[in-house]
Design a protein around this ligand. Structure first.
Ligand code: CO
Length: 370
């Protein structure tokens, strides 16, 4: 499997006249090797040349991980904290023999530290961004990856189910977030959560990217929970909005139903061959027809997998066509400044003739805290 991935990368690089791709500690390196490294002040870089074995440079503490876990032959060069990484990178450069070759790097991920090491070690490298090669490689998921995402979603849903009965008006957003994190870990998530949960109540729910605050949750509030879980590095990213017991503003009820309809319409529109833009449009139409188009202020969703945001981007100008195996979020929302907001987010996978929602937690408006 990892060799297949490596060969797909090699073919893509060769077609683009690149001689080698480099990936630092993170999802691309993990995808290609199955080895996970922490991103730290000790640089870890994997080099994937079009021909010849890959090369890894890492701190000496990682050596046993590489020798014991590499899925195919890898040449590796390690360094101690006392020596620093310079010599190991120079040895790696000699081993790779790139000459005046073109080296593709993760333009959005690589740090100045690694870039300088590459510039110092390679004689005449042409370093250029190659983010899209990695993204294309990872965009369609295989059965195993979809299985991990399904598990992550199930963990996230169990965590929600365990958290909801504890939520009451009078608690702060922070207290709810703490409970949700505990329940997510208890339900079996990787300890590295995809992101810190959003718990947004009342007017705070009108901010799509709200931070958790000490606001006390009031009866009649809408409460939006946007949280994630991870299995083997694969993410779930879900959102549900609830009504906290008490008299509820009829307009909030109305926007809830519109968002629920938009979520369903987006999922119904997704299948192989249709553009990302058309899926966004199908969901957006429901909200616009309901008179709230201007309050749906973000794209319909984003690709999901080893990263919380990856390709495909589900926005109104993305003419990329969906293929079976692509995974992304469908998360329409309506945000009424000062009043409240609703977002309902599912994680879906494109199937042979439609799309399947990996998340199944009910989407009907649920009143909690009573
Ligand atoms: Co999301």
């Amino acid at each position: 499997m990892y060799l297949t991935r490596l060969n797909r990368l090699r073919a893509a690089l060769a077609a683009a006249n690149l001689d080698c791709a480099a990936a630092i500690a993170g999802p691309n390196l993990y995808y290609l090797t199955g080895l996970s490294f922490h991103l730290s002040e000790r640089p870890t870089v994997g080099f994937f040349p079009v021909s010849g074995d890959p090369v890894l440079v890492a701190g000496s503490l990682e050596e046993s991980k590489i020798t014991g876990g590499a899925p195919y032959p890898v040449r590796h060069f390690v360094y101690t904290d006392a020596d620093g990484p310079g010599a190991a990178f120079r040895e790696a450069a000699l081993a790779l023999k790139l000459g005046k070759g073109r080296l593709g790097v993760e333009g959005r991920r690589m740090r100045v530290m690694e870039l300088h090491l590459l510039e110092e070690s390679f004689a005449n490298p042409t370093v250029e961004p190659a983010e899209e090669f990695f993204a294309a490689l990872r965009m369609t998921k295989d059965e195993m990856e979809i299985g991990y995402m399904r598990q992550a979603v199930q963990i996230a849903e169990r965590a929600l189910a365990a958290t909801l009965p504890k939520i009451r008006a009078g608690m702060t957003e922070r207290e709810v977030a703490a409970e949700l994190v505990v329940q997510t870990l208890r339900a079996g998530s990787d300890a590295d959560l995809p992101f810190a949960p959003i718990v947004a109540s009342g007017p705070n729910a009108a901010l799509p990217h709200a931070f958790v605050t000490d606001r006390v949750i009031q009866p009649g509030d809408l409460l939006t929970l946007d949280w994630g879980a991870a299995t083997r590095g694969y993410f779930a990213d879900l959102t549900r909005t609830f009504a906290v017991g008490g008299e509820m503003d009829p307009e909030l009820k109305k926007i809830y139903e519109l968002v629920k309809g938009a979520n369903a319409a987006g999922k119904a529109a997704a299948r192989p061959g249709v553009t990302c833009a058309s899926v966004d449009a199908a969901a957006r139409k429901v909200i616009a027809d309901g008179g709230y188009g201007e309050f749906f202020v973000h794209r319909l969703g984003h690709g999901l997998g080893l990263e919380g945001h990856e390709d495909p981007s589900m926005h109104g100008r993305n003419e990329m066509r969906l293929e079976a195996g692509m995974t992304f979020t469908v998360e329409p929302g309506i945000y009424l400044p000062g009043k409240g907001g609703v977002r309902i987010e599912d994680d879906v996978v494109v199937t042979a003739n439609g799309c399947e929602s990996l998340s199944t937690y009910p989407r009907e408006l649920q009143i909690i805290g009573v």
